[in-house]
Design a protein around this ligand. Structure first.
Ligand SMILES: Nc1ncnc2c1ncn2[C@@H]1O[C@H](COP(=O)(O)OP(=O)(O)OP(=O)(O)O)[C@@H](O)[C@H]1O
Length: 255
């Protein structure tokens, strides 16, 4: 399939804290790669480095062979990288569709000023976006029934699904999910894992995810990378990682 994202010898420190020390990993196209590790291991720091919120002191991050280290977060969405966050970040007074549309704000060519000047163009872009979301995402994630309902009052699992939908606008090549099933009931977790798998199977989306739920991670992933104290301590197939003594000692043994 080939490598979509190549991380090579990335180092990130906060004062004396080495959040990432010489981290290297490849994310293969069309696969689900998971990053696991104990609290404080460096997982979110790695996500923040990939999405440009943190700038590493050294190392390289290549996406489709293009170096990203010097690019700001807003420049990474157009190249095809999208992410969700640990905590729900939706606008509760807006509807499901309106929240999903916000995922596309940087893809519309009409900015604030030009929208004021060219109202017709902005409206046409908006209508085309709604159509695209309806056709591509609403059915993929079974959101038809709640499309026009406000976020406030929707069950937690559904809100997380709306976040996933928002991250899918623009068909990202790489979808980064930070704890997509945290706080969910076990049936919500199963449902969410099914939708993530659907994105991979139907859209060939490449997924990089962080989660602490080992049942979900091991069931969904093609490849698992284990980090501890800012370093990659093991990587391989899920079954292989479950039996790796270093992994058991660092993480799985905790449960
Ligand atoms: N902005 C920051 N300033 C200072 N230290 C930070 C910052 N971000 C992360 N760290 C430190 O870097 C280390 C790695 O943190 P990180 O949040 O990446 O871990 P994590 O594996 O995502 O943990 P969790 O599973 O609890 O989310 C920790 O020691 C953390 O305190």
């Amino acid at each position: 399939m080939g490598v979509l994202l190549a991380i090579d010898d990335v180092n990130l420190s906060f004062g004396g804290v080495h959040a990432l020390s010489g981290v290297s990993l490849d994310v293969e196209k069309g696969r689900v790669t998971s990053i696991i590790g104990p609290n404080g291991a460096g997982k979110t720091s790695l996500f923040n480095v990939i999405s440009g919120f943190y700038t590493p002191q050294s190392g390289s991050i290549r996406f489709e062979k293009q170096e990203l280290s010097d690019q700001a977060p807003y420049q990474r969405s157009p190249v095809g990288i999208s992410r969700t966050f640990q905590n729900i970040a939706l606008f509760s007074g807006l509807t499901v569709l309106e929240n999903i549309k916000l995922g596309a704000h940087c893809q519309l060519s009409s900015g604030l000023l030009s929208s004021a000047l060219w109202w017709g163009k902005a409206q046409r872009e908006e209508a085309a976006l709604s159509r695209r979301i309806d056709e591509e995402i609403i059915d993929l994630l079974d959101l038809r029934e709640i499309r026009d309902r406000p976020i406030a009052g929707l069950p937690y699992g559904l809100q997380k699904r709306v976040e996933l939908a928002r991250a899918l606008v623009g068909r990202p090549k790489l979808l980064m999910l930070d704890e997509p099933v945290a706080g969910m009931t076990s049936s919500e977790k199963q449902e969410m894992a099914g939708y993530i798998r659907r994105c991979v199977d139907e859209w060939s989306t490449t997924v990089l995810l962080i989660d602490h739920d080992m049942t979900m991670v091991m069931g969904l992933s093609d490849h698992v990378v284990v980090v501890n104290f800012g370093k990659v301590i093991a990587s391989g197939a899920p079954a292989q990682m479950q039996e790796d003594p270093a992994v058991i000692a660092a993480y799985l043994g905790e449960n």
